[in-house]
Design a protein around this ligand. Structure first.
Ligand code: NDP
Ligand code: 2IT
Length: 445
């Protein structure tokens, strides 16, 4: 058995009940064979097993009182995965499916993604098995306050800087920040990112993941001499990432035919009316089906993965992990898809990803193509440290540079290690080397 195979076996045995985490580790590690061969120092330092073990995992009780006066208990988590390159950094997910396996996969991915941004940030993820759906503002506030009452002692602008993810947006970040400030007595704006602009947030953070995804997609299309304008797309999800993917796609002349939430998708033959979708989802917090009220030509189709049955040039999975399975990938290919561009984290199952690549479909790996969000979180941290604020245009210009650099770095790493044009391998290798080298330089910590 090679060192790589042995490490994968050990990691699988040690994390036997964590399928999402094992999936994420295997996907990264299978790109690393030529790297391990050329760098015997990595084996000597047993870097693979070290890099797959979180530095610290905090699990805690989150008791809170609902509007009926009942006391509810949720489970909170913070996984400080890797701090070699900077303070731990990564979002919170509030969703009933949250568990250790999902947060470990997200923390692992975040570590590598964050290194691709070129900014000095480590990797983390956290959250709770709390379901924000149907909760009042007061309930969300009490939950966030209880969550932060434990968490505040573990985070800080130079320690660990959380942000949003599924179920956590600017409203939740506000409640979390308020409680942190109350408990510490300090206005440490750099402790959280994704804040509202009025108290230390950054212009362009809300848009950054979706816009960055389109900048990365554009770089890939240009490299392959394919025109983006005039293409059709479908986007799964209708949250933060999906909405701003839709905004920039439309701006680039792509017709967005459909978007979804966990109940199903809406298809609009005229192209999704993106401002109306933003109003519905971001302002009114409605369900996607309500889009039909003002858009009589649109139709609603129930079901989680049915959106992938639609014919389109580009698929943008922007909802959650393992959204495109093999069956969905086969359907997309039958319908002539050109590219799958990942906005969500690990949205494509491993067999679906392999199938798409074998079929010659262009694929942007999530840890590279959705890195725009955390990149601008790092820019928000910079502004907070300097006590200055940049304009939207300044931030957007930085985002473009970062996404183009990530594209170039992934391609260069892929070519250097014999994978040709494989952006998946390139992203895994480029990021692994950065994190591994930072760890090596700091000894055996
Ligand atoms: P939001 O909570 O804003 O939106 C999530 C969207 O995905 C909603 O439309 C939701 O539908 C849908 N969704 C969530 N869970 C499921 C599920 N199990 N099955 C089907 N649909 C689901 O989250 P974000 O837009 O912030 O995050 C979307 C993805 O992007 C996640 O994978 C996240 O990790 C990733 N990401 C987020 C970044 C950010 O800055 N926010 C940065 C980089 C990646 P419903 O409302 O019905 O639940
Ligand atoms: O998956 C992600 O990159 C995020 N949810 C954003 C994390 C951040 O710290 O901005």
């Amino acid at each position: 058995m090679t060192y790589l195979e042995k490490a994968i076996e050990n990691i699988k045995a040690r994390n036997a009940n964590e399928p999402e985490f094992i999936q994420a580790v295997e996907e990264v590690f299978t790109s690393l064979a030529p790297v391990i061969k050329q760098h015997p120092e990595f084996e000597k330092a047993n870097i693979l097993e070290r890099i797959a073990e979180p530095e610290r995992t905090i699990i805690f009780r989150v008791p809170w009182v609902n509007d009926k006066g009942e006391l509810i208990v949720n489970r909170g988590f913070r996984i400080q995965f890797n701090g070699a390159r900077g303070p731990y950094k990564g979002g919170f997910r509030f969703h009933p499916t949250v568990n250790l396996s999902i947060l470990k996969f997200l923390g692992f991915e975040q570590t590598f993604k964050n290194s691709l941004t070129g900014r000095p940030i480590g990797g983390a993820k956290g959250g709770a098995d709390f379901d924000p759906k149907g909760k009042s503002d007061a309930e969300i506030m009490r939950f966030c306050q209880s969550f932060m009452s434990e968490l505040y002692r573990h985070i800080g602008p130079d320690i660990d800087v959380p942000a949003g993810d599924i179920g956590v947006g600017s409203r939740e970040i506000g409640f979390l920040f308020g409680q942190y400030r109350r408990l510490t007595g300090a206005h440490e704006s750099g402790v959280l990112t994704g804040k509202h602009i009025i108290y230390g947030g950054s212009h362009g953070r809300k848009e950054a993941t979706g816009f960055g995804l389109l900048y990365f997609t554009k770089a890939m299309f240009e490299e392959n001499n394919i025109e983006l304008t005039g293409k059709t797309a479908v986007i799964s999800g209708s949250g933060n990432v999906a909405l701003y993917t839709a905004v920039k796609a439309t701006e680039f002349g792509i017709k967005v035919l459909a978007m979804s939430d966990s109940s199903g998708y809406v298809y609009d033959p005229d192209g999704i009316d993106v401002p109306a979708m933003i109003e519905l989802k971001e302002v009114r917090h409605g369900r996607i089906k309500e889009y039909l009220k003002d858009h009589p030509k649109a139709e609603f189709v129930e079901g989680l993965r049915n959106i992938w049955n639609l014919k389109c040039d580009i698929a943008f999975p922007c909802a959650t992990q393992n959204d495109i399975d093999l069956k969905s990938a086969e359907k997309l290919v039958t319908n002539g898809v050109l590219a799958v561009c990942e906005g969500a984290n690990m949205p494509t199952t491993y067999d679906a990803m392999k199938f798409l690549m074998d079929e010659g479909i262009l694929l942007t790996p999530a840890k590279a193509s959705n890195a725009g969000g955390v990149a601008i979180s790092a820019v928000e941290m910079t502004q907070n440290s300097m006590r200055q604020s940049m304009t939207f245009e300044e931030v957007d210009a930085i985002l473009k540079v970062i996404m183009n650099n990530i594209y170039k770095d992934c391609l260069a790493a892929s070519r250097k290690y014999g994978f040709g044009h494989d952006l998946v391998a390139g992203a895994n290798i480029a990021s692994f080397i950065r994190v591994a080298e930072a760890m090596m330089l700091q000894g055996d910590y």
